[in-house]
Design a binder for this molecule. Sequence first.
Ligand code: 15L
Length: 265
Amino acid sequence: MRVLVTGSAGSIGRVVCPGLVDRGHEIVGLDLVPEPEGFDGTWHTGDCADVDAVFAAFEAQPLDAVVHLAGQPHEGSFPDSLTSHATTTGALLDAMLAHKVTRMVYASSNHAVGRTPRQDLVGVDTRPRPDTFYGVGKVAAEALLSLYADRYGVDAIACRIGSFQERPQSFRQLSTWLSHDDCVRMIDAALTAPAPGYAVLYGISANTRAWWDLEPGRALGYEPLDDAEEFADSVPRGDADEVEAAFVGGPFATEQYYRNALDRS
Ligand code: 15L
């Protein structure tokens, strides 16, 4: 498949692009920054929130699918979060329709449901429960995927990624970790699953202490092989562990992130 990967120079993109090449895909990168050395594929420099830049990237070559990874990975202001996650997704979906590209794999986040109390395994049918404006942006982007799937028959898979790290760094991440290799497995499965329509899966490894249900991902062919438990003895315990375990969004669900949606002039 020829796949447009947005955020191709970002932390996830730098792992996913070569990983997808290894799995036989051809990559077209789109990022704010110029082509990094050693990138294997075609490169476009542009902002995914700029609909003209997005259309220009689509017009340069035919595409089979989009993997949308671009976006601020942290909490931001309410307007910036909507631009970073929802506006970019809307621009890409419009360009997909115009160019008959029928599949998007979206890097959503566990923070779309981060304010869910940590009790039983969280499934994909739980209500949207963002913990931050970042999470609100992800919920809005997921809503756009659902809308375009219903209206136009686009295949759109929202991968609610946990903690993408080389190895788990904190007690919470023993539950939320997504290994690099599993991330590539997840994206590849979401790209190739037959006729998924609109679907949501949780992007974590096969962690013994998982907080999210992996079955919806498995139903789409995502079979994670790593387990954070392997690192359990080396992960340091911290003072915030207990507070961070109250809600699945961890630190993002704590009071330090409370702020107004809009600044007054
Ligand atoms: C995410 O979605 C964020 O991009 C990242 O900064 C972490 O907060 C991660 O989730 C996580 O929950 O560990």
